[in-house]
Design a protein around this ligand. Structure first.
Ligand code: NAD
Length: 487
């Protein structure tokens, strides 16, 4: 079995404890992973703090930081094959997706490499004649980054990229379910030439995450995961009054009007819910379809869902692979069964496949006659689409917004004025019109409500890793007058 290592203060180690990581395609152990202890968390945070204040990192120009990030992006591109392969092996995400995703992970680092020396302060036109006042943008400090199993290389890039561009240092906790891609990433990062301690990568479960997010030396916690864990993170961060950015789940509406290009809408919906075996925070998991085209759309979706190639994630021809863990599959089966008991009609799928590994087929639940079904409210984080129909635009808006989440949404219509009305009315951090699941380093990404707060991607994400320092400089040589009058 392959043995992976932690990366703390520029050194690799197997740690005092290890655990087996399971291959989701077989359910069998395939690699040994280090399991961090509280002492490892402390060592990683101490290293990050030492580095943060070191002349080597704090004294480095932003341009030089950008060059290092650029070098990292090139190394990721050079090692893309190995990173994609490991992500597929440990998480079950199909190789077609991990290979494509790793290319834009490199693009995200390139974007933040270029941004590093464009994070500017400001000069203020202050209302006093003998003062110069300006704002410095300074890095917040040590960042704790915590990620779930799915798309870890991507979800960590949108934290590490802007944090390092801003001059912070980072301790990243990989998912205990599949840490291999992040531990391999650390090996590649080490070759880029950053000072030791800039990035530390550890693994471990809730205890490690709790220590990291409540650590007194951590200034900001950047978290991706579920809302229940996010509540712990917020409580933990209160220990240090650290700031937080929370990228949580979703129950995103995918709205199709009768005038839509139905071929495009159906293809986008198939990828929106079945890609990544539905383990995507932006999964378009609620199809909100106009009643007049519902039967047509459902028939097309059923045909496509049943034609999907389910197989080993390592094969290029596979379109849907296994779920990451047995636990995840059990949760999806339970929620599907509950929906059927609550009156949802099973259009296709619904039962685990009789083969080794954590496979579950593309599944469609028609909830039009079961509007109270939990499947319309709860996130599956799996390949299950819940369908509900509407008659009018107002009804479509009401259904779309009937969720405590607010991450993504899709809208398919050819009617321009309606599209604009809908864009205003939909409560979500992202609205994709006549497309779905598009991402770019340039566009901010995030939600509200149970989907969290803060934005990843774009300039704003880098600014969120800075704090503003106001500097006042008196330009007059005259003695300071009356000491008891505020100036
Ligand atoms: P999770 O919340 O269970 O775990 C996420 C991470 O938090 C893991 O690394 C875990 O070890 C850590 N953790 C667990 N308990 C902790 C604690 N008490 N303190 C600190 N850290 C702790 O999430 P998951 O089940 O691994 O992932 C699925 C969830 O992630 C879904 O809800 C999904 O929607 C969400 N997600 C969101 C996005 C996004 O960008 N919005 C992207 C991917 C996944």
């Amino acid at each position: 079995m392959q043995q992976f290592q932690h990366y703390i203060d520029g050194a690799f180690s197997e740690g005092d404890a290890q655990f087996d990581s399971l291959d989701p395609a077989t359910g069998q152990p395939w690699a040994r992973m280090p399991e961090a202890r509280v002492a490892d968390v402390d060592a990683a945070v101490d290293a990050a703090e030492r580095c943060f204040f070191s002349a080597e990192w704090a004294g480095m120009t932003a341009t030089a930081r950008g060059k290092l990030l650029y070098r990292l992006a090139e190394l990721i591109a050079d090692h893309a094959g190995r990173l994609a392969e490991l992500e597929t092996r440990d998480t079950g995400k199909i190789i077609r997706e991990t290979s494509a995703q790793i290319a834009y992970v490199a693009d995200f680092y390139r974007y933040y490499a270029g941004l590093a020396d464009k994070i500017e302060g400001a000069h203020l036109p202050i209302d006093k004649p003998d003062m110069e006042v300006w704002l410095r943008r300074e890095p917040v400090g040590v960042v704790a980054a915590i990620v779930p199993w799915n798309s870890q290389l991507f979800l960590s890039a949108v934290k590490i990229g802007p944090a390092l561009a801003a001059g912070c240092t980072v301790v990243l906790k990989a998912s205990e379910d599949a840490p291999a891609p992040m531990l391999e990433f650390a090996r590649i990062f080490d070759q880029a030439g950053f000072p030791k301690g800039v990035l530390n990568v550890i693994t471990g479960g809730p205890e490690v995450g709790a220590r990291l997010s409540s650590h007194p030396k951590v200034a900001h916690v950047a978290f991706t995961g579920g809302p229940d864990t996010a509540r712990h993170i917020v409580r933990n961060s209160a220990e240090n009054l650290a700031s937080t950015s929370l990228e949580l789940g979703g129950k995103s509406p995918f709205i199709v009007f009768e005038d839509a290009d139905l071929d495009s809408a159906v293809n986008a919906q198939v990828s929106g819910i079945f890609a990544a075996t539905g383990q995507s925070c932006v999964a378009g998991s609620r199809l909100v379809v106009q009643a007049s085209v519902k039967d047509d759309v459902l028939a097309r979706l059923k045909a496509k869902a049943e034609a999907v190639v389910i197989g080993p994630p390592s094969e290029m021809g596979t379109e849907v692979g296994p779920l990451c863990t047995a636990r995840q599959r059990e949760a999806i089966i339970a929620l599907t069964n509950r929906a059927v008991q609550q009156g949802a009609r099973l259009v296709t799928g619904g039962a685990a496949l009789d083969r080794e590994g954590y496979y579950f087929p593309p599944t469609i639940l028609d909830c039009s006659e079961a509007r109270g079904a939990d499947s319309l409210v709860e996130e599956f984080f799996g390949p299950v689409l819940s369908v509900v129909s509407f008659e009018t635009e107002e009804e479509a808006i009401a259904i779309a917004n009937d969720t405590r989440y607010g991450l993504a949404s899709g809208l398919f219509t050819q009617n321009l004025t309606r599209a604009h009305r809908m864009i205003r009315a939909i409560r979500a951090g992202i609205v994709w019109v006549n497309t779905y699941r598009a991402v770019s380093p340039i566009a901010p990404f995030g939600g509200h409500g149970l989907s969290g707060h803060g934005r990843e991607g774009g300039l704003q994400a880098a600014l969120d890793y800075t704090k503003v320092k106001s500097v006042w400089l008196r330009t007059s040589d005259d003695p300071i007058p009356d000491p008891f009058v505020m100036r």
